[in-house]
Design a binder for this molecule. Structure first.
Ligand code: CA
Length: 234
C-alpha cells in the first residue's frame, strides 16, 4: 500500500511541486493549507509522514507539531523552515519534529529525507524480534513491545528517541559519534546538521534521566559524541 504523506503548507505552488514529485515517487499525498485542518488530517488520517510548514494561517506549524506529538509519538514530522531563521530549526526539533528542511529546498533532497524518515520508522517496527528486556539501573526497555519505563513508570518516547536509546544501550560503554548516530539512527546517507542529534539526546535525557542536567545514563563526550554509561543486563 502506498505510504501517505501529509503536506501542511499554505503556498499553492509549493504544494503543487510536492504533490507532483511525491506521487511520482509512489507516495499518496494529502494536503492542508492551514494549521487547523492540517492538525485534523494528521490526527484523523494517520499519515506515514508529515511535511509541516512553520508559518501557516489559523495555527502555526510549531503548535501543530506539538499537538500531533501529544497524540501520536511515532509519525515522522519534517518541518519546512525559512532559510534565514536558525532558531526555527531548533525550536521545531525541541517540539518533537524529527527533521527539518530549509526553503527553498531541492526536490531531490526533500525526497531523500522523506524516504529516510519513512524507512526508519518501518524498519524499527519490523526489527524488534526477538523480544528482549534491557535493564540498566532504573531504566527498562522492552524491545518486543517498544516500551521504555523508568522505575516501572512508562515513558512516552518518539520513534527516534526510542531508536537512539536502543542504539546507545546496545553499545553501552562505547563512545558513539554524532555522525554514526546520524547514519544509523536517522538513516541518513549524508551527514546533515548534527544539532538534530544533540536536540534528540536532550529530549531523551529529559524523559529518562533522573536529573537531566547531570545525566547518569547518556553521557556527552565533548567534540566526539555520546556514550551510554552503566551496565546493561539483557
Ligand atoms: Ca507558509
Amino acid at each position: 500500500m502506498a505510504k501517505t504523506v501529509l503536506i501542511v503548507e499554505d503556498e499553492k505552488p509549493i504544494i503543487d511541486i510536492l504533490c507532483f514529485h511525491l506521487k511520482r515517487s509512489g507516495y499518496e499525498p494529502l494536503t492542508a493549507t492551514d494549521g487547523e485542518s492540517g492538525l485534523a488530517l494528521a490526527l484523523g488520517k494517520t499519515p506515514d509522514l508529515i511535511l509541516l510548514d512553520v508559518m501557516l494561517p489559523k495555527m502555526d506549524g510549531f503548535t501543530v507539531c506539538k499537538a500531533v506529538r501529544r497524540e501520536n509519538a511515532a509519525v515522522p514530522i519534517i518541518m519546512l523552515t525559512a532559510r534565514e531563521d536558525e532558531s526555527d530549526k531548533v525550536m521545531g526539533l525541541d517540539l518533537g519534529a524529527d527533521d527539518y528542511i530549509t526553503k527553498p529546498f531541492s526536490v531531490k533532497e526533500l525526497l531523500a529525507r522523506v524516504g529516510a524518515n519513512i524507512r526508519r520508522t518501518s524498519v524499527a517496527r519490523e526489527e524488534t524480534v526477538p523480544a528482549d528486556i534491557l535493564v540498566s539501573g532504573r531504566l527498562k526497555v522492552h524491545t518486543g513491545r517498544m516500551e521504555v519505563s523508568v522505575d516501572d513508570s512508562p515513558v512516552d518516547l518518539s520513534q527516534r528517541e526510542y531508536d537512539l536509546l536502543l542504539y546507545l544501550m546496545n553499545r553501552a560503554g562505547a563512545v558513539v559519534s554524532r555522525e554514526e548516530l546520524m547514519h544509523k539512527v536517522w538513516n541518513f546517507d549524508y551527514v546533515g546538521d548534527l544539532r538534530v542529534v544533540d536536540v534528540a539526546v536532550r529530549r531523551l535525557r529529559e524523559k529518562v534521566e533522573p536529573t537531566p542536567a547531570e545525566p547518569a545514563y547518556i553521557l556527552t563526550k565533548r567534540g566526539i559524541g555520546y556514550l551510554f554509561s552503566g551496565e546493561v543486563d539483557a
